[in-house]
Design a protein around this ligand. Structure first.
Ligand code: AP5
Ligand code: MG
Length: 213
């Protein structure tokens, strides 16, 4: 099963995507995580991407398309779950072309949406483990011990682009460049729209139902 999850910043793509990928044995390919790892490792792609990410802008298509193709080609699993890619229509076209070249396709495209008030609350309270990348929220899924990851004991931090000014920019970029993906996908087979404004377990149940049919 190959899946695409798309939706605004903070809607829960990472949270729900990692849970679904674990349960179904899929490779969770989260473009933002892949880019942050490249920045940390100082790779050529990471060096190109950093300034765009710090400002909440999209990294150039050529950079992310090449990175995602490497990931898809290099993974052996029951399928993949793309989270945060594609993020504009040219990326969606590149993905279709790339998959056709590897004799693959997309089974489900899930559009997750929630009101902006939810997104702001979720992003401003998010905490991430520096060691294993697991996500928490100050109020909605707090760690057992403040500042420490429940899973691995790593240190929790706030993402640099989760500052108020960068969040506003990311939401703007989403509306201008990513929201048009809805028209690209809405009439294709396997498309579903998911109300992601509820609490985490109920969103997960609806997501599972959308992919299990
Ligand atoms: P990326 O890392 O993908 O950021 P994003 O799309 O802005 O999405 P987020 O990761 O912020 O949100 P999410 O939907 O994963 O929410 P989460 O599950 O964490 O991209 C970062 C940057 O990289 C971009 O700005 C761009 O520069 C670059 N980039 C990435 N992909 C690119 C591409 N394809 N092309 C070009 N550039 C690209 O949840 C958020 C918080 O809410 C968490 O704390 C969570 O615990 C909590 N939460 C989740 N669900 C619920 C719920 N139901 N109720 C209450 N709290 C909840
Ligand atoms: Mg994410």
């Amino acid at each position: 099963m190959n899946l695409v999850l798309f939706g605004p910043p903070g809607v829960g793509k990472g949270t729900q995507g990692s849970r679904l990928a674990d349960e179904f044995g899929l490779s969770h390919l989260a473009m933002g995580d892949i880019l942050r790892a490249a920045v940390r490792n100082g790779t050529e792609a990471g060096l190109k991407a950093k300034a765009f990410m710090d400002e909440g802008k999209l990294v150039p298509d050529a950079v992310v398309v090449a990175m995602i193709e490497d990931e898809i080609a290099g993974k052996e699993s029951n399928g993949f779950l793309l989270d945060g890619f594609p993020r504009n229509v040219p990326q969606a076209e590149a993905l279709d072309q790339m998959l056709a070249g590897h004799n693959m396709g997309i089974d489900h495209v899930i559009f997750m949406d929630a009101p902006e008030s939810n997104l702001l609350e979720r992003l401003s309270g998010r905490l991430i483990c520096r060691a294993c990348g697991f996500g928490f929220h100050r109020h909605y899924s707090p760690p057992r011990e403040a500042g420490k990851c429940d899973r691995c004991g790593g240190e929790l931090y706030q993402r640099e682009d989760d500052r108020e000014d960068v969040i506003a920019k990311r939401l703007h970029v989403y509306r201008e460049q990513t929201a048009p993906l809805l028209d690209y996908y809405k009439d294709k087979p396997g498309f579903a729209k998911l109300d992601a404004s509820g609490e985490m377990d109920s969103v997960y149940a609806a997501l599972k139902q959308a992919v299990e049919g």
